[in-house]
Design a protein around this ligand. Structure first.
Ligand code: G
Ligand code: G
Ligand code: MN
Ligand code: NA
Length: 255
């Protein structure tokens, strides 16, 4: 109840903000995109992690409003970055909750907002967790077709964490598999993890999907993933999630 009230206030008083974690082409090293991650700093309680408040927001019916704020803010950011040569073509991936996926008006709204902003839909990627993808799997096939028909890329987050049926991967029109950090962590020392990471790339590529390694924390991992044929890399070693201004500064200087 308390946190529900606090979430209402957070929306009304602009306490949320987005941080952006860079994604690089594993093969060329180019900065190609970023993942938008929501942050909440409560005036008294301080930082509250999304893992704590997103599920509450889902339960109390506030995730749609918060998710809509994330969409709006990401589109505003794409518009701002379009004016900056280094970030002109950068893509933003946003995390969608299952509640948003079930909302039949989502796609038309997204399309209308992007059109109004003059932003191409292929600059926005939608991420769903593997758990959400596999729940209502039969129903999701047509939902995903609609998402792709609108021109959005669709990524499966946390891939490999336990719920995928490989049969469904073939039925789903997915664009990207994001390999969970738990498979990336033991690379390159653990032979088993490397075998799985290799198998996922060939599976993804043979189904015409791109594959992202998440949670990349060492240079050795970067090298191994490059050689294994990964498409995209994301992780603290390459870049932390940053506020928009810091991201811009970083893109202009450090990167
Ligand atoms: O940002 P962090 O690394 O702490 O993310 C924790 C979890 O919160 C991740 O699983 C991420 O997908 C989720 N998350 C972050 N931002 C959003 C968001 O805007 N919407 C939803 N639904 N989940 C988010
Ligand atoms: O579940 P999802 O993939 O959406 O969330 C990604 C989460 O992982 C975010 O909370 C982000 O801050 C975190 N993250 C991103 N890169 C790294 C990394 O290299 N190491 C660790 N420990 N966490 C990471
Ligand atoms: Mn994600
Ligand atoms: Na993930």
């Amino acid at each position: 109840k308390l946190i529900e009230h606090a979430l209402h206030e957070a929306l009304a008083q602009n306490q949320f903000f987005l941080v952006y974690q860079p994604q690089f082409s594993a093969q060329t090293g180019a900065l190609v995109g970023c993942e938008a991650l929501i942050r909440w700093i409560h005036p008294e309680e301080g930082f509250i992690p999304p893992d704590e408040f997103i599920s509450v927001a889902e339960h109390v019916g506030l995730i749609s409003a918060i998710g809509e704020w994330v969409i709006d803010e990401s589109i505003r950011q794409l518009v701002r970055w379009r004016e900056m040569p280094v970030l002109k073509n950068i893509r933003i991936a946003i995390n969608l909750s299952s509640v948003q996926l079930e909302d039949k008006t989502l796609l038309d709204r997204l399309q209308r907002k992007l059109k109004q902003a003059g932003v191409a839909p292929d600059l926005l990627e939608l991420e769903l967790t593997e758990r959400v993808v596999m729940t209502d799997a039969a129903e999701n096939v047509s939902r995903f077709q609609a998402i792709r028909a609108h021109g959005f890329d669709l990524a499966v987050d946390d891939f490999g964490t336990g719920y995928s049926s490989l049969a469904y991967l073939q039925k789903f029109p997915l664009s990207v598999l994001k390999v969970d950090k738990q498979f990336v962590d033991p690379i390159p020392d653990d032979e088993g993890a490397c075998a799985i990471a290799n198998a996922i790339v060939s599976l993804a590529h043979s189904l015409d999907m791109k594959v992202v390694a998440e949670g990349v924390e060492t240079g050795e991992q970067v090298h191994w993933l490059y050689r294994a044929g990964y498409d995209l890399l994301q992780g603290y070693y390459l870049g932390r999630p940053m506020k928009a201004e810091d991201f811009q500064q970083w893109a202009l200087t450090d990167y």
